[in-house]
Design a protein around this ligand. Structure first.
Ligand code: PEP
Ligand code: MG
Length: 920
């Protein structure tokens, strides 16, 4: 602290915010303030020199945010723009609007992240009636001057004042046919002059004002238009889809125009440093001779391949190739540039990291390391891990155009097409006949799973990313769109309606589980390829990552597939999913019914014992015997499944979770009611009596909130023989597997534990059953016992729970459901869109972990669990285990492994490596 300071603090001086930066003041680090385009143009002028990059200045994103908040330009902005314009005019040696030799500028948007085509741009700004002739004289090119003016009046009217673009296109078409030419570039000068008159007339007719002749006014209006475009519908939609925050705002770049429309030695184009589709190490791109940039991107003229430039303008081509190399080396990433050639001179207008499909991303990463451009760690970070999904599933052909019938939740990636079926048995029958079908259901039930396997894809009108349909579909790698609430599905009529469109069974449909799009158009699908380069990237990822990657697999097939994708073990085998097929489903229904019968008989027996009646023991024995008759069949089935799974995993850890069914999925009241109704119609017999008894039992078991009801460990406490049966089956399978080869590593996991006492009681019980089973077999195997951590209380008392657990596996699906109180089945369809609109959420918390809330619970439980038990193994098996952003969080929290569906394993391997590199 400074001693002896006695003077009163000086009055704060108002420091004007700096809203405008000349390109020479900026750099790539200033992206937040200058936007991507502004920061990169600044950087590029440093790298390539001012003679390659036309001078200009950037109005900051802060100015945009202030403008949007106040509804007017912030104080000081107008003066700063005037000063920057003055500097630009002096450096160019021309003045805006000068009748003799006018300076023209472009006004372009540029957000922090590129939003291609979403925000506004105005070119040729500064022209007016009094300076077109001056421009024509200075360039000795009348045509160019009038073409530039008609472009300004057109773009200004369209972009700044919202006059529909087709009005101009109609005028242009009429002008071409009147002149008998096919291309705008062949229009005679007089036609361009006439077009300017007509465009100006349209302007005054539509706006009630004359087209502004003062370049300063043009500039002011254009800057406002770019700011306003941030709030336009197009941009708002784009931000929703791409999760770009609404409060970033866009910067505005004002740059001296260079002209691609000055004749046959001029042109404009875009180029990529490598092939933008395949990533192959040769530049790609398009250009047009005698054209301005927007002609290339708008598709009004057919562009030419960049290679043709080599023959047309060899020197320019050579220069461009050299510059592409310089930029790629400088940015250490594949670039996408815009350029203009003015009278044989090349100018670079923009560079940015190229957006690329997964295939190109992988190819670039591998080549960049091979060429010595990047290290492996840097190369891995250039890949968008989430996009890798596309390499594992068919996708819609990126070039395909189609009409979107409706949109739902993108629940399981990949694309599928086929004819509509409305029931699982129909899907199975169709598959047997070799037909491709899409299974359409309002929502799905356990009975539908055979249909999942048979269908190409699944479409539901209800449910979200964490719903049963989504989980199962992801596990199987079946594309799935859930919660398409615009669809009204009528199962009895076997039809569905979307707006005016009615679709019936047998009609074609295509779904895109990566975007949620649904269409009836015949979209071409592109098959996935997992080539050598992808294998190389995955091998690097395995070297660099710290987190283990396991899989959620419920069947031997899943387990084998996941092994091929590189899973290091099974982090979650949901035993209730093993019953998702019609025969087993019937067995399980019977098991649950007899479980409840057993509980009641045991209660009677207990009463007899309390009354000291002599038949008490016999009653106990009878109850148990009846129940075990049902259980033994299931035990044999489970044992065989476990054996195959353990064999498939070949000595790697396998976490088997004891039964965790929400009862309503296995005992749907409607199913039993329908059976009673059916039998009633057929005329009563014994079966009707049984069906009625079962219905009464099921009704008595039905719960108001099944997700919070008799699930998980609660089932084990209420009906211990069910868990006993499962533990026996697991141990017997482990013993049999150990006889055949490497000792299996079995981890038995309990679901939905809230109280340490639940775990203590169940653990003691399980250990006893395991000991009995091994004793009976005369052989021993190693096994461990752990728990899911998926309830907030479990996180809060993790230290006490750790006392009885060898491992924790975070069930972030239920943890999110219970911590946030959002139904995992319903949030996407009902609440999410509105919550995103109101900026309460920016994405589903079931997709990416809610770090401050649910994440804090995970962090707390991980830390206190480990403090209580340093050797506690920590994993995560909720759906977040396959989400790259969440994986980064799990790396930071120090978990040991993530577990995700088989098709997500490669994504998780790469994401885990990226997280480790970033953490380092
Ligand atoms: C979870 O809740 O995160 C979990 C993995 O269990 P399930 O999805 O089976 O409820
Ligand atoms: Mg759970």
């Amino acid at each position: 602290m400074e001693a002896g300071r006695t003077t009163a603090p000086s009055r704060p001086r108002a420091v004007a915010t700096k809203y405008v930066y000349d390109f020479v003041e900026g750099s790539r680090e200033m992206r937040e303030l200058l936007g991507g385009k502004g920061a990169n143009v600044a950087e590029m002028s440093r790298v390539l020199g001012p003679e390659r990059v036309p001078a200009g200045f950037t109005i900051t994103t802060e100015a945009c945010v202030a403008y949007l908040a106040a509804g007017e330009e912030p104080e000081g902005l107008a003066e700063q723009v005037a000063e920057a314009l003055d500097r630009l005019e002096r450096s160019a040696g021309k003045r805006l609007g000068d009748p003799g030799d006018p300076l023209l500028v472009s006004v372009r948007s540029g957000a922090r992240e590129s939003m291609p085509g979403m925000l506004d741009t105005v070119l040729n700004l500064g022209l007016h009636d009094g300076c077109v002739d001056g421009l024509a004289a200075m360039s000795a090119n009348q045509w160019f001057a009038w073409d530039s003016y008609r472009r300004l009046v057109q773009m200004f009217g369209n972009v700044v004042r919202g006059i529909p673009g087709d009005l101009y296109e109609r005028e242009l078409t009429a002008a071409r046919s009147a002149a008998g030419v096919e291309l705008d570039t062949d229009l005679p000068v007089q036609a361009l002059r006439d077009l300017v008159d007509r465009f100006k007339a349209a302007f005054s007719q539509r706006t009630g004002e004359e087209f502004p002749q003062d370049p300063g006014e043009q500039l002011r209006q254009a800057i406002r238009a770019v700011f306003d475009s941030w709030s336009g519908d197009r941009a708002v939609q784009y931000r929703r889809i791409n999760r770009i925050p609404d409060d970033w705002g866009t910067a505005v770049n004002v740059q001296r125009m260079v002209f691609g429309n000055r004749g046959q030695t001029s042109g404009s184009g875009v180029a990529f440093t490598r092939d933008e589709v395949t990533g192959a190490p040769r530049p790609s791109g398009d250009f047009l001779v005698n054209a301005q940039g927007e002609d290339v991107v708008s598709g009004v003229r057919n562009t030419r391949e960049i290679d043709e430039l080599r023959d047309l303008m060899p020197e320019v081509y050579a220069e461009l190739m050299e510059i592409l190399g310089i930029l790629e080396r400088h940015y250490r990433d594949m670039q996408d540039v815009e350029f203009t050639i003015e009278d044989g001179r090349l100018y670079m207008l923009q560079t940015r990291s190229a957006k690329r499909p997964a295939q190109a991303a992988v190819r670039f990463a591998v080549d960049a390391v091979r060429e010595g451009l990047l290290g492996r760690d840097e190369a891995l970070l250039t890949i968008d891990a989430a996009s890798l999904d596309a390499l594992l599933h068919p996708t819609f052909d990126p070039a395909a155009e189609y009409r979107v019938l409706a949109r739902g939740v993108a629940a399981s990636p990949g694309a599928a097409k086929g004819t509509i079926v409305f029931s699982a048995p129909d899907a199975v029958a169709a598959a047997e006949e070799g037909r491709d079908v899409v299974l359409v259901r309002p929502f799905t039930e356990a009975d539908d799973v055979a249909g999942f396997a048979a269908a190409r894809g699944i479409l539901t009108s209800e449910g979200g990313k964490a719903s049963h349909a989504a989980l199962v579909a992801r596990g199987m790698g079946r594309p799935c769109v859930c919660g398409a609430s615009e669809l009204a599905i009528d199962l009895s009529a076997r039809s569905m309606t979307a707006g005016d469109t009615v679709l019936r069974e047998g009609d074609p449909i295509a779904i895109n589980g990566t975007t949620g799009d649904i269409t009836v158009d015949d979209v071409a699908l592109v098959e996935p390829e997992m080539g050598d380069e992808f294998a190389t990237v995955l091998a690097w990822a395995d070297e660099l990552r710290r987190l283990g990657v396991r899989t959620n697999a419920d069947t031997p097939d899943d387990a084998r597939r996941a092994r091929q994708f590189g899973a290091e073990g099974i982090g979650l085998c949901r035993t209730e999913h093993m019953f998702f097929n019609p025969e087993r489903d019937a067995l399980v229904k019977r098991m649950f019914l007899s479980a409840e019968g057993w509980r009641r008989l045991r209660a009677d027996a207990q009463q007899a014992a309390d009354d000291e009646r002599p038949d008490a023991q016999r009653r106990f024995d009878q109850a148990d015997a009846a129940f075990w008759r049902e259980l033994s069949e299931l035990q044999a089935l489970q044992r065989a499944d476990f054996e195959s799974i353990l064999e498939a995993m070949d000595g790697r850890p396998v976490t088997i979770r004891l039964l965790d069914p929400p009862l309503h999925e296995f005992l749907p009241v409607e199913h039993f009611r329908a059976e009673v109704e059916r039998l009633e119609q057929e005329g009563g017999d014994d079966r009707l009596e049984t069906a009625r008894r079962e219905l009464a039992l099921v009704e008595s078991l039905s719960e108001a909130n099944p997700m919070l009801g008799t699930r998980g460990a609660r089932l084990g406490i209420l009906y211990p023989p069910i868990y006993e049966m499962q533990v026996r089956a697991i141990l017997e399978a482990a013993i049999a597997t150990a006889r055949g080869g490497d000792p299996p590593r079995v981890e038995i996991m309990l679901p939905l534990i809230a109280y340490e006492t639940e775990l203590r009681l169940l653990r003691e019980f399980m250990v006893r059953v395991a000991e009995e089973t091994m004793e009976a077999a005369g052989e021993r195997v190693e096994y461990s016992v752990g728990t899911m951590i998926e309830l907030p209380r479990a996180c809060l008392v993790a230290a006490r729970i750790a006392h009885y657990a060898d491992f924790f596996s975070f069930g972030t699906n239920d943890l999110t459901q219970t911590a946030l109180g959002f139904s995992r089945d319903d949030i996407e369809a009902r609440i999410l869109a509105r919550y995103i609109d109101r900026k309460i959420l920016d994405r589903s918390p079931f997709e990416t972990i809610d770090e401050p809330g649910v994440g804090a619970l995970v962090r707390l439980a991980a830390r206190s669990g480990r403090e209580a038990r340093p050797d506690l193994k920590l994993g995560i098996c909720g759906e977040h285990g396959g989400d790259p952003d969440s994986i980064e969080f799990f790396e930071r929290v120090g978990l040991d492994y993530v577990s995700c569906s088989p098709y997500r394993v490669p994504v998780a391997r790469v994401a885990a490596a990226q997280a480790a590199v970033r953490a380092a």
